[in-house]
Ligand binder design. Structure first.
Ligand code: UD1
Length: 346
């Protein structure tokens, strides 16, 4: 089939394009080469065109003969401050509405959408006494005292994290999260009005070769990896007990391929699926794995510092991706992080 990949020059989009081509598909790539992601001397992968998804005149012709769109183009990260809001709204949401309108005009009815676990907000927690509860925001006094766990709103006991499945409420807490949630909502409305098929893939913490170096918009894997390159210790915030799911970019690409195949064959309507390794890991263990791989020339430093707005634990349930897409991550985080310790960065 013919697949349009947006964000095709990016860390994830370029790998998705390679995997689709290797599976025998005809891939057209577009990318606007944002300086924040690509620096001053961007490299366009072969077969890709410099196109802003938000420009209908440029995007429209790219959709000729396309069977499936795999939409990876986005401004990522948590955002620096409120001044970033128009950029997230423009690149992520306005551009997605243009894409959906142009797909409608061109008769393209299949979309794989790159979403994120950030749509879930704070994650899922259980109180030993009261069961599942919505945690209150963490109190500054607790954080200052080194008590990092969420507390039960009913009895103040420390809560335990639970796997988050796709039926959890969407509660975005950052500009990026708001923009990803809005993308999903536009795509859902589009599928209902056009009869189109959408699979939204909610990526967890993606890492792997080709990841951009650390910027104010980078996730922790890029920050730790960049520190090691300078022979500086990874600085672990809180107590390092924050739980995440680190998923290798090759697995993310495989999930996109599986989603494209699913909607090519028989899927209708909107579905969302977590894309994760299914093997949760703490932030301290991530830092330790990277340091160990590099022969422990440096060791992680647990700073006890915290960032306001950080999520304590967010860990995905992989079951729906397996049931819906037949997707199971192939890269174990310990092995993947070992390789990532030396992998080239962008
Ligand atoms: C990250 C991304 C988010 C993305 C999600 C899933 C950013 C800023 N966040 O969210 O956009 O959707 O993964 O792919 O890109 N930490 C340290 N030391 C540091 C930096 C961070 O210990 O130097 C800790 C933080 O306190 C946090 C954890 O690492 O507990 C993860 O941080 P980060 O990767 O920034 O954010 P996520 O919430 O995982």
């Amino acid at each position: 089939m013919r697949v349009l990949v947006t964000g095709a020059a990016g860390f994830i989009g370029s790998r998705v394009g390679e995997v689709l081509r290797a599976a025998g598909h005809d891939v057209v790539g577009v990318d606007v080469l944002l300086p924040a992601a690509h620096g001053p001397n961007p490299v366009m992968p072969p077969g890709c065109h410099r196109v802003d998804v938000g420009d209908p005149g440029a995007l429209g012709p790219m959709l000729a003969g396309v069977d499936v769109v795999v939409h990876q183009a986005a401004m990522v990260g948590a955002g620096v401050d409120a001044a970033d809001a128009p950029a997230y709204g423009g690149h992520n949401d306005f551009a997605t509405t243009v894409l959906l309108a142009q797909m409608f005009a061109a008769g393209v009815r299949r979309l794989v959408l790159a979403s994120s676990m950030v749509v879930y907000g704070q994650g899922r927690y259980r109180c030993p006494a009261h069961g599942l509860v919505d945690p209150l925001p963490r109190r500054r006094a607790d954080l200052d005292a080194g008590n990092f766990e969420h507390r039960c709103p009913l009895c103040d006991e420390a809560l335990r994290w639970q796997l988050v499945d796709e039926d959890a409420a969407l509660r975005p807490r950052s500009l990026y999260a708001a923009s990803k949630t809005a993308q999903e909502h536009y795509a859902l409305a589009w599928s209902e009005s056009t009869g189109g098929s959408v699979v939204a893939l909610r990526y967890h913490n993606v890492y792997g070769p080709g990841m951009p170096r650390d910027t104010p918009y980078s996730g922790v894997a890029a920050i730790f990896r960049s520190a090691l390159e300078k022979n500086e210790p990874p600085r672990v915030f809180e107590d390092g007990g924050q739980m995440r799911d680190f998923v290798h970019v090759d697995d993310v690409a495989a999930a996109n391929l599986a989603a494209a195949h699913l909607i090519e064959s028989d899927h209708h309507g909107f579905a969302a699926a977590n894309v994760c390794s299914g093997r949760p890991i703490s932030i301290l263990d991530v830092a330790t794995a990277l340091c160990d791989a590099r022969g422990r020339s440096v060791s992680p430093v647990i700073t006890g510092q915290y960032r306001s707005g950080d999520v304590r634990h967010i860990v995905a349930d992989p079951a729906r991706a397996t049931n819906l897409l037949g997707f199971r991550a192939g890269v174990d985080p310990q092995a993947g992080l070992h390789e990532f310790a030396f992998a080239p960065l962008r």
